[in-house]
Design a protein around this ligand. Structure first.
Ligand SMILES: Cc1cc2nc3c(=O)[nH]c(=O)nc-3n(C[C@H](O)[C@H](O)[C@H](O)COP(=O)(O)OP(=O)(O)OC[C@H]3O[C@@H](n4cnc5c(N)ncnc54)[C@H](O)[C@@H]3O)c2cc1C
Length: 385
């Protein structure tokens, strides 16, 4: 069903990204943490490698990975500080995906080539101060005014807002329709009068990524700014975008498990207590074995889910299950990794301390674990799991 890059090209790309992560990103993790900023030379290298266009179709200047290929790359990015991937994430995922799914050809021509090159960053603006898990109740409004709409409202925790030149904004535009059917997805350039970016949020982890509020004050956009020129489709489109995004997050979590196991094993072999390497103690081995088992289970679930997505163009319940399992698993693995390191695991010069904080977010964004549970249960109870 989905297009894919041929195997040889993909293998070369995967190896190249693996080298880039190992040789360029991993050595810069500590600097990223201290500076709370991705070095500009690394952003340039990411652009040159085409990483901002990994999932954008080739006819619009991207690489066009399918879900299986994308998850392999996301796993590689899980091996390093998660902020690096976060910079790419909105262009290869939630920010651009709605446009790829349902944009008109003209909308795609207008934005996708510069998103693929990384010259333009886009962000996904769904969450609001009073609506997170329940976005069908969002209150940002788009009021019709002749051939235009005037958008007003505040969006919260918007990843990459600071760098974004374009926002996909979900707003209530159809006053005659109830709930989710009233929501449309608008493409709003940042330089439109009335758009203001709030101050950078101070976060628990993923230093180097930014989130901020984005305020819209009577922002005038033409009706043609609605994705696909289809008013009232915004909520469903956002949910479709998040379904695919959840497979990506599950893959990222799986990659992080693998890195954490490597850190655990290396430390356990080096650290000696009571005259022996701690790796020789069965209580340490149990933590390694449990982590490895959860890693393999996450990996298998991600691979299966991505294959279902590529075959059917959707994998709703499976994507929720994969995200739920893999992100909860990486939380447990990160906790064990800190434990295996003892006091060192609490110290910031060890990668596990940073990973412990970074991976915490995965259970919250793109649908919390509780929301995944509700989605899974709803589908399974309907007999559609
Ligand atoms: C760093 C970061 C980056 C983000 N990036 C973006 C972005 O780029 N774009 C964007 O639009 N959003 C973004 N978000 C927002 C994110 O998706 C939301 O924070 C998330 O969906 C949860 O919403 P909330 O924070 O309002 O929590 P709430 O919805 O208030 O949830 C609070 C708690 O209640 C639980 N809960 C809620 N409803 C139920 C229920 N029915 N049953 C049981 N439990 C329930 C939740 O699971 C959670 O434990 C980001 C968030 C963070 C922290």
């Amino acid at each position: 069903m989905s297009d894919a890059v041929d195997d040889d090209t993909f293998n070369q790309l995967r190896d190249m990204i693996q080298r880039f992560v190992t040789e360029r990103l991993v050595p810069n993790e500590h600097r990223l943490e201290i500076d709370d900023e991705i070095p500009e030379e690394i952003v340039d290298e990411m652009r040159q490698l085409g990483l901002f266009g990994l999932t954008i179709p080739p006819e619009y200047g991207g690489i066009g990975l399918n879900a299986r290929q994308e998850t392999q790359i996301a796993q590689i990015f899980g091996h390093t500080a998660l902020a690096f991937r976060s910079l790419l994430a909105t262009n290869i995922g939630i920010g651009a995906r709605g446009l790829i799914f349902e944009g008109t050809d003209e909308q795609k021509q207008q934005y996708l080539p510069s998103l693929a090159s990384g010259e333009l960053i886009c962000a996904f603006a769904l969450t609001e101060p009073d609506t997170g898990s329940d976005p069908a109740n969002l209150t940002t409004r788009a009021v019709r005014d002749g051939d235009d709409y005037l958008i007003s409202g505040t969006k919260r925790y918007i990843t990459n807002a600071e760098r974004a030149g374009l926002f996909t904004v979900m707003a209530r535009s159809e006053p005659d329709k109830p709930g989710a059917d009233a929501i449309s997805a608008f493409l709003v350039p940042r330089d439109t009068p009335g758009v203001t970016i709030g101050k950078k949020d101070r976060k628990m982890g993923q230093r180097g990524t930014t989130t901020s509020d984005v305020m819209f004050d009577n922002v005038r956009v033409p009706a043609s700014a609605i994705i696909g020129h289809q008013p009232g489709r915004g909520f469903r489109l956002a949910m479709r975008v998040l379904d695919r995004g959840r497979i990506h997050i599950a893959a990222l979590a799986t990659g992080a498990c693998d890195r954490l196991i490597t850190e655990m094993v290396n430390y356990a072999k080096e650290r000696r207590q009571f005259g022996k390497a701690i790796a020789e103690y069965q209580l340490i081995q149990a933590m390694i074995a449990d982590s490895y088992t959860e890693y393999r289970a996450s990996k298998a679930l991600v691979e299966e889910t991505a294959a279902i997505y590529d075959a059917n163009g959707a994998a709703r319940t499976e994507a929720s299950a994969a995200k739920y399992f893999a992100t909860e698993a990486v939380g447990r693995v990160a906790d064990r990794a800190v434990q295996v390191h003892g006091g060192a695991g609490y110290m910031s010069e060890y990668a596990v301390e940073r990973f412990y904080r970074d991976v915490r977010l995965m259970r919250i964004y793109e649908g919390t674990s509780q929301i995944q549970q509700l989605l899974i249960a709803r589908q399974v109870l309907k007999g559609e799991g």
